[in-house]
Design a binder for this molecule. Structure first.
Ligand code: HEM
Length: 511
């Protein structure tokens, strides 16, 4: 049977439209001046070039393709900036064009459908979240009001190390406990995770495992994020793990919010004691531009706990590792501490500005071991032009601070751990100096940087002031493995095992 005449017309019309579309896309593609990069394979793109430490793979590629290169990972274009100039173009000059985050399965499943701060897209909700961080959660006054918590937890770390009695310890376990306790007291109002706490909803070990899983799942290369049409297969099983984890976190968050709401409803002179209280109060504010819902409060809370726990512990563990390889630096630091603080008391937060050498050690550690070596991925909200190249909308954007912070044109002998390079120099970590960006820069810069710095600087200062650090007897400094593993943080591959011996009068350890 012959097809009716309109079918032939329709077919002809469709073919013409398809041809025109193809021509116009090709013309557009030909006109784009994309940054240089390796040729890509169908479907996988350049995934074959990315190893288990992606920042190092991108570093090697940048040596060939230059400081702004473009790759294709699965279905997505990815631009990687690896110099001071290109980083500042992205994070400063064109910050607004790149101020959003890509949508990932982790953001969807583990942060209440992008309702947290880290993964929420650029827009009024995220802007309001940042305002809350600035004026409420991390204001100078709020952070000062929690100083007693940081001091108490620091004291408890000192006591634990003292009682290790010269035996070998896995340092990061102790450091994570301090950060987790500090952050849970500041954010949740108490050590919900205390072993001794009656009716504890969750054991500390279980909670730490959940945090490790959260970090891992937020850092992994989940195939479905890159090749979306096979995402439903969940070939690596990550999405299932994300959903399981989200249920566990939600159970905990529900408990926390219920307890806080109960206290608020029953106490007559209620005042906000912790960050969850502040968030619940904000959630009730009818004048907020965008309503903060219950799931938003839970997502923010989870972000604060996750952001505040791992990063400082990882950084201090790296610092002590580097120092064990460089005993001369420890000597210089302890001389400074003895001079400024003296041997009759512990270091307080107010001492930190007077300890330039200890602060230089922290900077040097963050230079060589950034917690987020490629910051957190961003996405182009609109077409942009960087250094004469076109960056089309929806391109994912990474700033490889790992490469920048090892750039031999910026740092002399970049592989050498040398705090001296920062002494007397006007380089800080506040996002203004693009050669040192451990907290990122621009609109998406870490909002918790001042808290993070306080915890890192005063922990390190007290660890150096109060203890002599040694490797286990059978180990030499040269044997110390300095490999890392990739995730959303960049910890040591092999946890550091050390011996801590008291160096101050014994009575000081009676805390
Ligand atoms: C050593 C300590 C820390 C380091 C090195 C660190 C590093 C970073 C980095 C590199 C980013 C991404 C910046 C970018 O995309 O340009 C970030 C974002 C973030 N950090 Fe931190 N951070 C630390 C401590 C904290 C603390 C203590 C908190 C909260 C309690 C926190 C909460 C966050 C949040 C919520 C974001 C997402 C911001 C956004 O997307 O708007 N961080 N952090």
């Amino acid at each position: 049977m012959e097809a009716p005449i309109w079918v032939s017309y329709a077919a002809l019309w469709l073919a013409t439209v398809a041809l025109l579309l193809l021509l116009s896309t090709n013309r557009r593609r030909r006109k784009l001046n994309l940054p240089p990069g390796p040729r890509s394979w169908p479907i996988i793109g350049n995934f074959n070039l990315v190893g288990s430490l992606p920042h190092r793979s991108f570093h090697n590629l940048s040596q060939k393709y230059g400081p702004l290169m473009m790759l294709r990972l699965g279905s997505h274009r990815v631009v990687v900036a690896t110099s001071v100039e290109t980083a500042s173009l992205i994070l400063k000059t064109h910050d607004l064009s790149f101020a959003s985050r890509p949508r990932t399965a982790a953001g969807k499943h583990t942060t209440y459908n992008y309702s947290d701060i880290t993964w929420s897209p650029y827009g009024p909700y995220w802007r309001q979240a940042r305002k809350m961080c600035l004026t409420e959660l991390f204001s100078v006054k709020r952070l000062e009001s929690f100083e007693y918590i940081r001091t108490e937890e620091m004291n408890s770390l000192i006591k634990q190390l003292f009682s290790s009695n010269g035996k070998q310890i896995a340092l990061k376990d102790h450091l994570s406990n301090v950060s987790l306790n500090v952050i849970s007291r500041m954010v949740l109002g108490k050590r919900y995770l205390d072993e001794g706490e009656e009716n504890s909803i969750i054991r500390p070990e279980e909670f730490k495992k959940m945090l490790d899983e959260l970090f891992l799942l937020n850092g992994v290369l989940n195939i479905g994020d890159w090749i979306p049409y096979i995402g439903f297969l969940d070939l690596q099983g990550f999405v299932k793990r994300m959903k399981d984890l989200a249920k566990k976190f939600d159970r905990f968050m529900e408990h926390v919010l219920n307890e806080h709401n109960k206290r608020r409803a029953t106490s007559e002179e209620w005042v906000a004691r912790d960050m969850v209280d502040v968030l619940l109060e904000l959630a009730d504010d009818p004048n907020l531009e965008v309503k903060l819902e219950r799931h938003g409060v839970k997502a923010f809370t989870q972000d604060l706990i996750a952001g505040g726990t791992e990063s400082s512990a990882v950084t201090v563990e790296w610092a002590i590792s580097e120092l064990l390889k460089n005993p001369g630096i420890i000597d210089k630091a302890t001389k400074e501490l003895d001079l400024v603080v003296g041997r009759r008391r512990w270091v307080q937060e107010k001492d930190i500005p007077s300890l330039p050498y200890v602060r230089a050690i922290v900077k040097e550690t963050m230079r060589l071991h950034p917690v987020a070596p490629m910051l957190v991925p961003r996405i182009a909200r609109e077409d942009a032009q960087i250094a004469g190249y076109d960056i089309p909308k929806d391109t994912r954007v990474l700033v490889n601070t790992w490469t920048i912070q090892r750039d031999a044109t910026v740092y002399e002998n970049p592989e050498v751990f040398s705090p001296e390079r920062f002494v007397g120099k006007n380089i800080d970590v506040l996002g203004r100096h693009y050669e040192l960006l451990p907290f990122g820069s621009g609109r998406r810069m870490c909002p918790g940087y001042s808290l993070g710095l306080k915890v890192i600087e005063s922990s390190l200062a007290n660890l150096l002031h109060g203890f002599s650090w040694k490797l286990p007897a059978e180990m030499k400094a040269d044997d110390l493995d300095m490999e890392e593993i990739f995730g959303l943080s960049n910890p040591r591959k092999v946890p550091l095992v050390v011996v801590a011996e008291p160096r101050l009068p014994r009575n000081l350890y009676d805390l």
